[in-house]
Design a protein. Sequence first.
Lengths: 372, 243, 368
Amino acid sequence: MRTIFFILQKEFLQIFRNRAMLPIIFVVPVVQLLVLSFAANYEIKNLSVDIVDQDNSTWSRQLRDKLLASGYFSLNRQTFNPKEAYKDLEANKADLVLTIPRHFERDLVRENEVKLQMLVNAINGSKAGLANGYATSIINSFNRQIRLDWLAMDEDNAPEHIAVSSRYWFNPDMNYKFFMVPGILVVLVTLIGAFLSGMNIVKEKEMGTIEQLNVTPIRKHHFIIGKLLPFWIIALFELSFGLVVGKLVFNIPIVGSIGYVFLFAAIYLVVMLGMGLLVSTFTETQQQSMFITWFFMIIFILMSGLFTPVESMPGWAQQLTLINPIAYFVKVIRMVMLKGSGWADIRYYLGMMLVFAVVINSIAVWNYRKTV
Amino acid sequence: MNNYAIVTKDLTKRFGDFIATDAITFEVQQGEIFGFLGANGAGKTTAMRMLCGLLKPSSGEAKIAGFDVYTQTEKVKKSIGYMSQKFSLYEDLTVKENIRFYGGIYGLGNQQIKDKTHALLQQLNMEKEAGHLVSSLPLGWKQKLSFSIAVLHDPSIVFLDEPTGGVDPITRRQFWDLIYEAADRGVTIFVTTHYMDEAEYCNRISIMVDGKIKALDTPQKLKEQFNADSMNDVFLQLARAKS
Amino acid sequence: MRQFIVFVRKEFYHIFRDKRTLLILFGMPVVLIVLFGFAITNEIHHVQIAVLDNARDTYSQQMIRKMTSSGYFTVKQNLRSADEIEVAFHKGDIKLVVVIPDHFGDKFYHQKKAPVQLLADASDPNTGTTVINYATAIIGQYQQEMTGKLELPLTINTEVRMEYNPSLKGVFLFVPGVMTLILMLVSAMMTSITITREKELGTMEILLVSPLRPVLIIAGKVVPYIALSFIIACIILVMGFFIFGMPIKGNLLLLLGECGLFGLTALSLGILISSVTNSQQTAMMISMMGLLLPTILLSGFVFPVESMPRPLQIFSNIIPAKWFIIILKDVMLKGAGLRQILLPTVILGGMTLFFLVLSVRNFKTRLS
């Protein structure tokens, strides 16, 4: 038992003496957190729109103003010439081109129906979808308004309708950072847990000191604990550090109990460290260890629901999510921090984490015993 | 109860079809300096690793300090010291920190570690370097430090795997002074080496060729047996005999 | 010349014998494309919703059925009271709660107004918005059905055309991104690692005293990786084309030429990194943090640059990847010719020269 203490002592000394390590632990996560949080923004605003107004009537102008007043769109160019606008689309100067045909107002009254044309730069599919959604809903709202005005009716005498009111729970300001920052914290903590731990063990392999240790009476599991425990501690520290930064810089909400987040993180890290350990049993050099870990981490992170919702994935991908620990933590941290979910809600996920931890560490330790 | 430090009987290690160590049988007395010689690839390192408990033999018997290598590996490890080719001190830890680490690993108490550190530094004349990183030490000093740490916990046997590579003859001679000093205290020394002049320093030596022990005796008797002037000649005769 | 070829051959041996790294190099793009092509998307389908149906008449049930038959929603839970709403959200899977008032049909036909509430989990604001939009649209259609074929006056119809990517395929954005990433990874990172590894092992000095000129040594180290990255880039293009129908509207030769140019840019970055450090680990870290991460985050590959705050937008201009992605997108999806992409091409060329000059300078000072 005492041997673990000596191993820990040595590990901490080595970690903090390593000049490259200190910035990696302290500076890089902060930079990542800040940059990533600001960059990872799927909010669509400042879409630039070209308006081809060939009618120049009251209604066409009202429609234009309504679009621009929404905050989603900013006007790039207003013109009579659709060819000019199309060139803007091609040159990436405009995301959207709305063409209001001649006699727009006149035809609307006389024929009761008129057609607008909207061209959307759809290279970025989801951005185009959202842009389309916003524009269409503004046009529809405009349509409703002029209809009511025309028929000189107020809301109460309108024809039968379903009055849909919508409310956004848990994030009424629609702040995308509230959604992303907790997820990014998960990534930070994961990187330390999986990467650094594995590389650390492989380093001893590369240097040859592992042989020396194998001759000593150190039990292998003592050695493993001694090697992994420092990173468990450092990662949890990172989490607290990241939470403080998140609170100070982004004012992220912490609706639920932060204790649950740490409890989950503690077990989650054991899983991640186990993965790092497992990879270290397969690799001989630090480069290999880093590559392989990176490979798996990228896949897990992309499929975790951090950037795109798990619900949007096809069936097979959603099944894979069931064995993706990162997905669990991302979900739980968002649930607890943004919605205030409690013990009853997270205990299933916590249980799964425990299972993962046991399974993966058993495999890793077993393999370590055999090969190292 | 015999006082043999090491006893092996038909100790064999196979890797697939390749027989690295072929039924070697020998004994080492407690307190002996035993040289384990052989060309590269002759099976020395494999044999040594089996004796240290690093490798499980394919067949045969071996007892280290009275403990069986198959069933009592933990006890074996507690009774031996080991110094590998790469010296395996932590370059990014200081001299003192290395001593403390290995001392603690072998179960020495805090006060013990303190006392031994003091004694060790004095003996090696490294008091000034106590707080320096091992990476800053010259090679000869690292070797001596490695050895001292290997015997820190007073094992009854210490295994040395080519401990003196890469230093000048004078430094090697100083290293062997340390070995003698430990042997005088009753520690059994099991050492492998390439340097034939070091073979002369041992009480007895064995020479391995292609996994088998082809010679085992005192250096003097071997020279007589092979009618050679130096251990080098003995070795060459044996090495050529196989081809 | 012959010595050069011998040297290049040795480098190829190194690469092909490290099976693990090779596996990752070839496997990574394939996996990324599959993921991005099939799994990474923002489109919604089968979103789990809960319904608090206070009316439970034919109309409310029909409306719910219309929502589920659209494929966008499935009802996971039927709530019995408003108290259950928060609990349902807390459980984590429900994204939308539809609250239908009592006497729904009655209110619609006789009181002319039936208020329906949509409560969305806006933790993910985009999903929240999309879900509300879709639900509102479906409810609007149902309203149309309830009122019968009443024609409303003054109807504005909007015809929407999605340009360059009519089916809104996400992959069109990601194939260029993955190509950029892989070129960066192989050309820059691996090059920096291989040069520093030679330095670490000490074999660099041996090479330097050989009759091979230093410039040829660097070139020899680098040639295999150029070849490798080119092959992988082609694999990605082929996959994108055949599996996902990614078009190559522009000139293929121009495209390959630009890939070559960017490969050189990445290479010069790798050489630059290896000129400032002697340790593999440091080279790795710099490549990861200083190259790959900014490439992924700030080049417009995953997150649109326009949504970022100004300082980051300005910063993204010095990332070569950003310009390469623009070139790729314009050539492949819009069929742009050299004239249209002249600016980014020149910028990339300039960057390459800059990095190379800097590296040469660094090497010279180190050796002396």
